[in-house]
Design a binder for this molecule. Structure first.
Ligand SMILES: Cc1ncc(COP(=O)(O)O)c(C=O)c1O
Length: 458
């Protein structure tokens, strides 16, 4: 039995346009692989049944079974350094020869070196780490740590956010697809407020034609609501949030400073989920650095394993290290030297190849090009982003700002035909998150594909 089609952080796999594209684009071998996949995997929204089958992933490209190459401007945000970076593959192989595993009761130099390195690159006073296999687990570790340090249990997070698929992380998330139906009932004490989303403000304020938030009128109502709820509850352990939202939405100026002050006022810790944004995606090593705000705990994952191995990390202020009697994340791979080596080498590659700087540079070029496209296409209601976290919000008309999901889907499949893979979020936002290795020429080619696809219409 299939359920309703929910708009969420990803395009869904149940639409008519997807079926049409597959009927037209996939060959017999690919269909056979997809059928076999569906036979053996449990179905779920946004993955199985799959869109297509791939045979190669290299640099910014994936290649399907039929030999077609796509620039991967999605990549689940794991591919910051590009797929299959030779230096990373060698480092992983060498580590496997040196020390293939460490049971978690045994220290090893590679895991320790990674924890030390994360303390060096993380903002401000964050210095003590714990590793997990995935981001969802790391989020739950962070919340447990905040509960221990504050002696409180409640959390406050944002509607429309995604923090992972575990029961605890689902409770923090704010999307129906991940928190309703089989995910309910939620963890008690998990409250939510509407997020910043200037072009689609939940409090009814409107950006001007340039896309700027009306700060004099709204006076950051979205941040003041955080303060309001923290005051009404009085005993919230932590605020959990993505510093730049994956939709994407960038925070209005002053938002995080205001939330930081509210947390300080009410004794709540601030946890930043930088699982997709950390390690340079937004053109700074961490997205929160754009806003000059330091969290008490920061969570990273995804690209940390270099797009090859799964590893996530929590990094906290040293004075929050107060839970030695409890187990926060007793994960099997907590001290795995091979995943730690992958993370260390990934960070070294990002630094040595100056990929954060490249993300800032190519991202600025993209935003300029996207603004020029917006001037020509009435269907582009808003362009936004930071670094290589970019979005084009498609609308049926600019006055009503009605999301144009149908056009977004048409563009998605036309772009695939032209060799560009990306995802839509909330149904109508073309969301571009290429590797940090992308060149200006490749970004230009991708935007040319989108320009032509939007011109062609639905
Ligand atoms: C913002 C955010 N938080 C948490 C997660 C969960 O990470 P994982 O899939 O590694 O559990 C994701 C994954 O998409 C994410 O985008």
């Amino acid at each position: 039995m299939s359920g309703p089609v929910h708009q969420s952080e990803s395009d869904t796999n149940l639409t008519g346009r997807r079926a049409e594209w597959q009927a037209r684009a996939l060959d017999a071998e690919t269909r056979a692989q997809l059928a076999e996949d569906e036979r053996h995997f449990l179905r779920q929204s946004v993955s199985t049944p799959c869109l297509n089958a791939i045979a190669k992933a290299e640099g910014i490209f994936i290649e399907d079974v039929a030999g077609r190459r796509y620039m991967d401007f999605h990549g689940n945000n794991v591919h910051h350094i590009g797929y299959g970076h030779p230096r990373l593959k060698k480092a992983i192989a060498d580590e496997m020869d040196r020390l293939p595993f460490a049971p978690r009761r045994y220290a090893n130099t590679t895991s320790t070196a990674l924890a030390k390195k994360l303390g060096e690159i993380a903002p401000g006073r964050l210095s003590k780490a714990l590793f997990t296999t995935g981001g969802s687990d790391a989020i739950e570790v962070a919340v447990k740590l905040a509960r221990t340090a504050t002696g409180r249990h409640k959390t406050l997070s944002f509607w429309d956010a995604f923090h992972g698929a575990g029961t605890g992380a689902s409770a923090l998330s704010g999307e129906m697809l991940f928190r309703s139906g089989p995910a309910a009932p939620m963890v008690a004490g998990a409250g939510h407020v509407a997020p910043f989303a200037c072009y689609r403000c939940a409090y009814g304020y409107q950006t001007d034609a340039s896309g700027a938030p009306p700060l004099e009128t709204c006076r950051l109502t979205c941040a003041r609501m955080v303060d309001y709820v923290l005051a009404r509850e009085g005993d919230v352990a932590c605020v959990v949030a993505e510093p730049a939202r994956a939709v994407p939405f960038v925070p209005p100026p002053g938002f995080w400073r205001s939330v930081r002050e509210a947390c300080n006022r009410h004794g709540a810790l601030l946890i930043f989920d930088e699982i997709p944004t950390g390690l340079g995606k937004t053109g700074a090593m961490f997205a929160c650095q754009h806003d000059g705000v330091e969290p008490d705990i920061l969570v990273m994952g995804k690209a940390l394993g270099g797009g090859i191995l799964p590893i996530a990390a929590v990094i906290a202020r040293a004075d929050l290290d107060v839970g030695g009697d409890w187990a926060f994340g007793h994960y099997t791979h907590e001290k795995n030297p091979v995943t730690a080596r992958a993370a260390l080498t990934t960070i070294e590659i990002i630094e040595d190849e100056e990929l954060v700087e490249n993300a800032a540079r190519v991202g600025a070029y993209a935003l300029e090009r996207m603004a020029a496209m917006q001037a020509r296409h009435p269907s582009i209601g808003d362009v936004r982003g930071r670094g290589l976290l970019l979005g084009l919000d498609l609308v049926t008309d600019r006055d009503s700002r009605t999301p144009d999901n149908d056009l977004a889907e048409a563009v998605l499949y036309r772009a695939l035909d032209a060799g560009l893979s990306f995802k839509t979020t909330m149904g109508n936002v073309l969301t571009l998150t290429p590797p940090l290795t992308v060149t200006e020429a490749q970004m230009g080619a991708a935007l040319d594909i989108l320009d032509a696809a939007i011109t062609a219409g639905r």
